[in-house]
Unconditional design. Structure first.
Length: 296
């Protein structure tokens, strides 16, 4: 009965969104995107699209999304939004991070990306434009992928902090107490495999078109680079996502090493009480701000 009710609710929600979408104006970018997509299908094989297309989407998205945080360090006005203001970025750390990223991207992640084609073939995942799901379906699927990945990340990330194994794997990622965007995927190769597995679970569950692979890559990179950015910028559109953790939440994890283990949402840490030190820290900050205002 409960399952039927849930299905009925989801169906009703889908029909409601579909009805609203019918009143929205045509997207002016849809036709150029369609032309580009069909050009890609006509000129490249599925293996090339799945492998090299996925690599290009990942690399271009990753480093483009890192640009704002990288630029912020040179803008004095943005320093008031930096969370750990006493720990500025250095060229030495950023260069070391960049070299490790290149190794992980091309020697760890690329071999995994090479399996994308075989995944799409095994599960008969379509590439054709006509079978591409509507934008709101892709958005819902990406949210579902984020929920699954977040659960995986919370428990495995917490395990990696166990005192018996922390120094062998996860310590690499915590080399930077004050994180910056490019450091999001700076990790031990084993950690890249262990925590990266959570990324693929949602794909296995939801994927009904190759577009979801790329949309989820972009969404996941957007989230992880944001929470590692080191800056809590106002009017961040990601803060509109329900229960979104954000940069301050994850920055505290790097500063404190304990608690705030989830990647995207706050509910697992709230359920298990692993955000208690963060909550106490925020309360302390509020009291200090009130004292400062009274003195002013």
């Amino acid at each position: 009965m409960a399952m039927n009710d849930s299905v009925n609710i989801l169906n009703s929600a889908y029909l409601a969104v579909e009805y609203i979408d019918s009143f929205l104006p045509d997207n002016p970018l849809q036709q150029p995107f369609k032309n580009a997509w069909n050009y890609m299908l006509d000129n490249y094989t599925k293996f090339q699209i799945a492998t090299w297309g996925s690599l290009i989407v990942h690399e271009v998205s990753y480093f483009l999304l890192c640009v704002p945080g990288f630029v912020f360090q040179f803008i004095p006005y943005m320093q008031k939004y930096k969370i750990q203001q006493d720990k500025p970025e250095t060229w030495e750390k950023q260069w070391k991070c960049f070299k490790t990223l290149l190794f992980n991207h091309f020697f760890i992640q690329l071999p995994l990306i090479c399996g994308t084609y075989y995944f799409t073939e095994y599960f008969n995942i379509p590439y054709e434009w006509e079978e591409m799901p509507r934008w709101y379906v892709v958005v819902a699927q990406c949210f579902g992928c984020a929920v699954i990945e977040d659960a995986w990340h919370y428990f495995l990330h917490r395990l990696l902090h166990h005192k018996r194994i922390y120094k062998y794997i996860h310590k690499v990622h915590h080399e930077f107490v004050s994180p910056f965007g490019m450091q999001a995927e700076y990790a031990h190769p084993l950690e890249t495999l262990i925590l990266g597995t959570g990324f693929f679970i949602g794909i296995v569950v939801f994927c009904n078109h190759v577009i979801l692979l790329w949309a989820w890559v972009i969404c996941r990179l957007m989230e992880t680079i944001d929470v590692h950015s080191g800056y809590d910028v106002p009017l961040n559109p990601l803060h509109l996502v329900p229960f979104y953790a954000g940069a301050r939440f994850h920055d505290f994890h790097h500063m404190n090493f304990i608690g705030n283990y989830a990647s995207t949402f706050t509910w697992w840490d709230r359920i298990f009480g692993t955000d208690s030190q963060f909550i106490a820290y925020k309360e302390k900050e509020k009291k200090q701000q009130l004292v400062t205002k009274k003195k002013a």
